[in-house]
Ligand binder design. Structure first.
Ligand SMILES: C[S@@+](CC[C@H](N)C(=O)[O-])C[C@H]1O[C@@H](n2cnc3c(N)ncnc32)[C@H](O)[C@@H]1O
Length: 429
């Protein structure tokens, strides 16, 4: 579906999308440059220190990280090989934005490993899931956007910020969570209880009739929970607005043909808190299942766009109404992305059919707290969120706390554990 909105919104959307693509494209020089800093620092040390460090394999590790970065870059270039599927025209007449020294670092690294940067492939077919308007609160405010250029000169490409690159590195870790064997323990803690609650709620429905029940997964990330729900036989729609997530999930869902087709190295970007080389350099094979293996007749879609705009509009598209049309809503690490949690809960309540179920798991890391863009942010306690849900018309049951990590490097010496709140809520009024 083409992007809609005012001309200014469409232009902003396209610029943002182009900047995300640019971030993917410039991952290699950016990451190699960061790694090359270690090499340069090494050469400033006294000879005796260098010899000792070399005997530990420190230099070899730096070289191995370069190689892993190039493997990541090959994968990321495949993900963005065909951005037209997202309905945007990209300006091809751009040069990568490389600072003099970044360019040198990446040229050296590419030469060292005799590993040319993967080119863009244009052999992909059209999309197989639907896309509508998309808005994101990812950084729109960079000052390095495309600018006018004199006739005949190539314009400089967007210069990704550290924040952009952080989102890209997080996308690699999110691939572990959703699409690798290593991510299974995290998925077992987060997605399994949610699927169990869903099956419990519909336990009197025969499996072959589940396709008549519509489940929505807002903030679907890389799509695994939504895919799992479709695999159980329900009609399932994921919704997501981050271009990083949408590009990566589209590739995983529609362009992978084999289990373990790709290898990525998601943990090579920080040398801190690693007990050994494996913690930093272990390869992760993706995907652990074949995304195209959903049973025949499955009803599975991913819709791109802002949850509140798409599902919260009171002026509904009659061909795609939402009010009272969903039998279940599953929110995993999602409700704290709200600026106004009242609106999120009202929408979830309104789109559910009477007796419909909302299953929630997650912390309350209010995403908009302390924002610098003057956006409003309401930050409730867990008790307040549950009281609010009751006031809006839910009956909450099955409450518990689930201790879980989120895209954690399982081998790191540092790990965050969320005491995530779980509940099943039924729409009673
Ligand atoms: C913390 S992640 C959780 C992803 C996934 N549910 C999981 O458990 O791995 C929250 C996701 O919600 C998405 N998101 C945040 N606000 C959104 C909105 N208003 N509409 C759609 N997606 C949104 C973010 O882009 C992000 O992918």
């Amino acid at each position: 579906m083409p992007f809609t909105g005012t001309d200014a919104q469409i232009e902003e959307e396209q610029t943002h999308f182009a900047n995300v693509i640019s971030t993917f494209q410039q991952y290699a020089p950016y990451a190699l440059y960061a790694n090359n800093r270690r090499r340069k620092d090494f050469h400033t040390l006294p000879l005796a220190d260098r010899e000792l460090l070399e005997s530990l394999g420190y230099k070899e590790r730096i070289n191995a990280v370069d190689k892993a970065i190039m493997t990541n870059a090959d994968f990321l270039n495949l993900v963005i090989a065909n951005p037209e599927i997202f309905g945007h025209d990209l300006d091809e007449d751009e040069e990568p934005h490389l600072d003099e020294h970044e360019g040198e670092a990446s040229r050296q690294a590419m030469h060292r490993h005799d590993h040319p940067q993967a080119g863009l492939h244009n052999s992909l077919q059209g999309p197989s899931h639907s896309h509508s308007q998309s808005h994101s609160h990812e950084s729109h405010s960079q000052s390095h956007g495309p600018h006018d250029h004199p006739h005949g000169a190539k314009k400089k490409r967007y210069k990704p910020s550290e924040h952009d690159m952080d989102k890209l590195r997080s996308t690699l870790k999110q691939l572990v969570r959703d699409w690798s064997v290593e991510g299974k323990s995290e998925r077992d803690l987060c997605y399994e209880p949610m699927k169990e609650a869903l099956l419990q709620h519909f336990s009197d429905i025969p499996a072959e009739e589940r396709r008549n029940f519509r489940v929505l997964v807002p903030g679907a990330g890389l799509g695994r929970l939504a895919w799992d729900v479709a695999n159980l036989g329900f009609a399932c729609q994921g919704n997501e607005f981050s271009h990083y997530m949408l590009l990566a999930s589209f590739y995983m869902l529609n362009r992978t043909a084999q289990v373990n087709q790709h290898t990525i190295f998601p943990y090579v970007h920080s040398f801190s808190n690693n007990p050994n080389n494996d913690a930093l350099l272990r390869p992760i094979a993706i995907p652990d299942v074949l995304p195209s293996s959903l049973p025949d007749g499955s009803d599975f879609s991913l819709v791109a766009g802002d949850f509140e705009e798409i599902y919260g509009s009171l002026d509904e598209d009659p061909s795609e109404p939402h009010s009272g049309q969903w039998d279940a809503v599953l929110t995993c690490f999602f409700i704290d992305t709200a600026k106004n949690i009242v609106n999120y809960l009202r929408i979830i309540h309104r789109i559910l059919a009477p007796g419909g179920v909302w299953v929630n798991l997650g912390p309350l890391l209010w995403h908009w707290e302390g924002n610098t863009s003057n956006d409003p942010s309401v930050e409730l306690t867990l008790e307040e969120v549950k009281t609010l849900a009751r006031k809006i018309g839910f009956e909450i049951s099955n409450e518990r706390t689930i201790d879980t990590t989120y895209t954690n490097n399982a081998q790191s010496m540092l790990g965050y554990v969320y005491h995530a709140a779980f509940w099943t809520a039924t729409k009673i009024i």
